[in-house]
Design a binder for this molecule. Structure first.
Ligand SMILES: Nc1ncnc2c1ncn2[C@@H]1O[C@H](COP(=O)(O)OP(=O)(O)OP(=O)(O)O)[C@@H](O)[C@H]1O
Ligand SMILES: [Mg+2]
Length: 272
C-alpha cells in the first residue's frame, strides 16, 4: 500500500445477505485530503462509510485505514480506530436533553479522563472553531438547523480525529447554512490535516471544497478525478450528474432496466 493513502479499498466485495452492494471495489483516499463520494440512492455510499468505520466488514477484499486492515482489528483496536475518527451524519442528531456544552463534551467524557475544567476549555475551543462561541448553555431545541449541524460538527471534532466521515452533511440546510458548513468542513480539514470522506448529493458545493471526487455506481468507482477534471470530463454520465439531466446519452442498466440518472435521483430540472 502506498504510504500516502490513508484509506485503501482493495477488491472489496460486500453484500447484505445475498444482496450484493459493492463488488471489486478499489479506491484510495490520500492522507490529508477531502474526498467526495457521489452516487445514486442505494448505490452503497453509507455502506462504504460503515466499512471504513469498521461497523461492517467486507465479504471479499480488504479495507485498509492508515495501513491497517480494519477487518483484522481486535475489539480494542477497533475501539481505538473509532476514537481517532469523527463522524457527522445527516441524522446524527444532538442529544436533545443535553445542552450544547454537554453535547460537545460527550465524546471527551466518554473517551478521556481529562478534568472537567479542561474539558470545558476544549469545548470552548471546538465551539469557536465552528463559529458558535458562547452557545454552551443553549438546548438543541433553541438552535436553528444550521447551528445544530455546527454543534454536531464541533462534537465530531472534539477528539481531534485523524479521519472525518461525513454522510450528507448538507441535507436539509438552507443555502447560507449549507455554505457555512461546507466552508467549515474545508477549513477544519486544512487546519487539522484530517483525511475526510464526504458522501454528498451536492455536486456544485462539493466541487468547490473537495480535492477529489469518486462516483459510485453498480458497486464500483466508475469515474473519479479532481474537481477540475470532473468539470472538464466529457464522460456523458458525469455530465449528466453535474448538470442534473434526468436523461442523457448513456443509459446505465443496473439493476436491469433502470437508468443511472433515475438511480442518481436526478430530477432533470437543470439542478443536481
Ligand atoms: N442493514 C441493511 N440490511 C439490508 N440491506 C441494507 C441495509 N442497509 C442498506 N441496505 C441496502 O443496501 C443498499 C445500499 O445502501 P446504502 O445505505 O449504502 O446506500 P446509499 O448510497 O447510502 O443511499 P442513500 O443515498 O439513499 O443514502 C440499499 O439498497 C439499501 O436498501
Ligand atoms: Mg446513505
Amino acid at each position: 500500500m502506498s504510504l500516502d493513502n490513508f484509506i485503501e479499498f482493495r477488491n472489496v466485495g460486500f453484500a447484505y445477505g445475498s444482496r450484493p452492494i459493492l463488488e471489486n471495489l478499489d479506491l484510495a483516499v490520500p492522507r490529508g485530503k477531502l474526498v467526495a463520494v457521489m452516487g445514486g440512492s442505494g448505490s452503497g455510499k453509507t455502506t462504504l462509510l460503515r466499512l471504513i468505520s469498521g461497523q461492517l466488514r467486507p465479504n471479499v477484499g480488504q479495507v485498509r485505514v492508515d495501513g491497517r486492515d480494519v477487518a483484522g482489528m481486535s475489539r480494542d483496536e477497533l475501539y481505538r480506530h473509532r476514537r481517532r475518527m469523527g463522524m457527522l451524519f445527516q441524522f446524527g442528531a444532538l442529544f436533545t436533553d443535553l445542552n450544547v456544552e454537554d453535547n460537545v463534551a460527550f465524546p471527551l467524557r466518554e473517551h478521556t479522563r481529562l478534568p472537567d475544567s479542561m474539558i470545558r476549555d476544549l469545548v470552548t475551543m471546538k465551539l469557536e472553531a465552528v463559529g458558535l462561541r458562547g452557545t454552551q448553555p443553549l438546548m438543541p431545541a433553541e438552535l436553528s438547523g444550521g447551528m445544530a449541524r455546527r454543534v454536531a460538527l464541533a462534537r465530531a471534532i472534539a477528539l481531534d480525529p485523524q479521519l472525518m466521515l461525513y454522510d450528507e452533511p448538507f441535507t436539509g440546510l438552507d443555502p447560507i447554512s449549507l455554505g457555512v458548513i461546507a466552508l467549515l468542513i474545508k477549513k477544519l480539514n486544512d487546519a487539522l490535516g484530517t483525511t475526510a470522506v464526504m458522501v454528498t448529493h451536492d455536486v456544485h458545493k462539493s466541487l468547490e471544497i473537495v480535492d477529489h471526487v469518486l462516483f459510485l455506481a453498480a458497486g464500483k468507482v466508475v469515474a473519479q478525478g479532481s474537481p477540475d477534471e470532473v468539470r472538464r470530463s466529457d464522460a456523458p454520465w458525469v455530465q449528466q450528474f453535474i448538470n442534473g439531466e434526468a436523461d442523457g446519452p448513456v443509459h446505465f442498466t443496473y439493476p436491469a432496466g433502470r437508468s443511472l440518472a433515475a438511480d442518481l435521483g436526478l430530477q432533470g430540472d437543470g439542478h443536481a
